[in-house]
Unconditional design. Structure first.
Length: 409
């Protein structure tokens, strides 16, 4: 019996090696373990397949599951509703083909809340399909579908957030994915880093058909006065890398979308009358020795938020501010606080509420952001106002709590 078991194991290993040899691929992990890794595990950058220097395929997956509770009011702790399920479930691939200068990113999703089916009646399985070419040092040109260079929290992966989701400000006024041409330029002026990111896209959002004559143009300028963050630490919210010297990024964004057909530009329900949307954003990120501070202001305007022939539906316009502060302890426990407020356009005063949100989230990073456990409590307020003054006494206040688990490679 023991001999048969050993024979089976040897045959399995031989077959596996034969398959790798047949496809001419070498299976590796992106990061080799070092002595430091035994103390603090590093982020695995996926499962990697290589063939000489002409091909690199990194395979990743992530699952984000949550249990959420929303009360009826602050006075009544009885549940108004629950939020249970898989928030995100994604597969993505990146690497290079033919040359290390020619890279790609492909991402698909399967969770219903990721598909935007409720608004568009179409399952948008494809999230990213980008081809990038490094034209010269610091300059990358891309074509395909990907994230627009919008506000900081939106360009940060949802897997790298220090709360269970993005703020009410980012959810209301962000720029989403779009298809078109992209270009990123990074410069060093002494110790100061300068990044300029721009895009000319269809303005129709993910997986759109043939676009109309209206296009969207987006530009984002970043200034890093103290140089680059450690290991791309500016692309995650908590100071999980524990910056040994102060790091700061200040950024501004301008976006124009001509003949937009969706209520939020690239996302939302379709409208019968296209509109001209414009957005302006500013954000900052500061990190030092476990402490992190981020803040962003978002504004979206529209020439007319309503359809010409009826007032059913409206384009989402207004502004908002989100500020977060956190500290990451030596045991990789992160405590974060959030204050966010949204103010819709006065023309929407009776349709869209002003929102306030206070939140606290405790995260335990088991393997950086790839494997983590998060617990969040929110206090929310909705009211209807014009110029800051209440137009009725219908103020809704409620509490929400979330338990979320993230697992990925």
């Amino acid at each position: 019996m023991l001999g048969l078991y050993c024979y089976t194991i040897m045959k399995t290993k031989t077959s596996f090696k034969f398959l790798l040899f047949f496809f001419g691929l070498k299976l590796t992990f992106c990061e080799a373990q070092t002595a430091a890794d035994t103390v603090q595990p590093r982020v695995l950058k996926g499962l990697s397949f290589t063939q000489d220097s002409t091909l690199l395929v990194n395979f990743h997956f992530r699952i984000q599951s949550r249990f959420g509770y929303i009360s009826q009011s602050l006075q009544s702790v009885a549940p108004g509703n629950f939020d249970l399920g898989v928030r995100r479930a994604r597969l993505f691939f990146d690497g290079h083909v033919y040359s290390k200068k020619l890279t790609y990113l492909l991402q698909i999703n399967f969770s219903k809340r990721d598909l935007d089916e409720d608004n568009t009646e179409v399952n948008h399985i494809l999230r990213d399909a980008m081809i990038w070419y490094e034209a010269w040092k610091g300059m990358k040109i891309g074509i395909g579908q990907g994230k627009l260079p919008g506000n900081r929290q939106r360009i940060t992966s949802s897997g790298n957030l220090e709360f269970t989701d993005r703020s009410i400000v980012s959810l209301a006024y962000h720029l989403d994915r779009d298809a078109g041409l992209f270009a990123n330029q990074s410069l060093k002026l002494g110790k100061v880093g300068v990044n300029f990111k721009t895009a000319i896209t269809s303005g129709e959002g993910r997986n759109a058909g043939v676009s109309d004559k209206g296009l969207a143009t987006t530009g984002r300028l970043e200034i890093l006065p103290f140089g680059s963050f450690t290991n791309g630490n500016d692309m995650s919210e908590a100071d999980i890398e524990v910056e040994k010297s102060p790091k700061l990024c200040i950024a501004a964004v301008a976006h124009y979308n001509d003949l937009a057909k969706k209520t939020m530009g690239q996302t939302g329900a379709f409208m019968s009358t296209p509109r001209y949307l414009h957005a302006y954003m500013m954000d900052l990120l500061f990190k030092y020795y476990g402490f992190a501070l981020s803040s962003e202001y978002l504004y979206r305007g529209v020439n007319n938020p309503f359809n010409d022939f009826n007032r059913l539906g409206y384009y989402v316009a207004g502004d908002g501010l989100n500020t977060q502060m956190s500290y990451c302890f030596e045991n990789n426990t992160n405590v974060a606080f959030r204050y966010a407020i949204t103010r819709p356009n006065d023309k929407l005063a009776t349709l869209a509420p002003h929102q306030k949100q206070y939140g606290i989230c405790v995260s335990k990073f088991i393997n950086h952001h790839k494997i983590k456990l998060q617990t969040e409590i929110q206090f929310n307020e909705l009211s209807y106002r014009i110029n800051g003054k209440l137009i009725n006494q219908n103020i809704r206040q409620y509490m929400a709590g979330f338990l979320q688990v993230e697992l990925g490679i």
